[in-house]
Ligand binder design. Sequence first.
Ligand SMILES: Nc1ncnc2c1ncn2[C@@H]1O[C@H](COP(=O)(O)OP(=O)(O)OP(=O)(O)O)[C@@H](O)[C@H]1O
Length: 254
Amino acid sequence: MLGVEALTVRFGTHLALDRATLRFAAGQFTAIIGPNGAGKSSLLRALAGLLPEYGGRVVYDPGHSARECLSYVPQQQTLDWAFPVTVWDVAMMGRTGRLGWLRWPGPEDRRIVAEALRETGVWELRARHIAALSGGQRQRALLARMLARRGHLLLLDEPLTGVDAATQEVLLGLLRAQADQGRAVVMVTHDLEQARRWCDRLVLLNRRVIADGTPAEVYTPANIERTFGGSWPELDLEASGPPPRPLPAPGGGP
Ligand SMILES: Nc1ncnc2c1ncn2[C@@H]1O[C@H](COP(=O)(O)OP(=O)(O)OP(=O)(O)O)[C@@H](O)[C@H]1O
């Protein structure tokens, strides 16, 4: 439903992505993994329609326009947190993007925003100015905006940075549930163990797609070496795969 074909991204003479071809399907929770500067954010930005120039193609489900179905959570540090809005306003931005000009949010929009704030645990903070939030609270507010959008394609760039370990698990469960409800969830992460536990598909990226498959297929010494070179991340390659998860409820589409 969303993908890139031979995506090549250059910044000046620097080659950030080299002919990457990937497809992301509904119902799949995919982790994009690779070292710093591997082109992970560039991939997400291309998928989100935010890269002005690239080679190759970004392909969307022909039934949807990218704008209506996509929800992108950028890295927190790329946003202006001094902007004078509250947590409620941030989550409502997930709705107002869809409403268009001169349409006020209705009761249904407010209900969806309230639900998103509760799910991400920031309902109590809804009246707080975003400048007065901690890093983890900001991340939750961004996730609330993403949930409020109710998009089919969720693109998240390191969404758990600054979030405490217990909350990370809660938010990962939330993202997993989004995939189980039929959405395509694509997350950039540096946590290889977490990706193994929560994602059904891993993509190892280092300028090129090095490996793409289930955790068991992807986490091999050769693939890790080709992706990270000498600086191996912490990962137990002998560990077994994730525990079996319950199947999604039937008919639970977005
Ligand atoms: N706007 C830009 N102008 C110039 N170079 C850029 C720009 N954006 C990214 N790059 C370069 O392209 C390469 C890939 O960057 P990208 O942000 O996609 O990597 P990443 O895998 O997300 O890295 P990280 O894990 O550090 O976030 C890097 O070498 C980066 O310096």
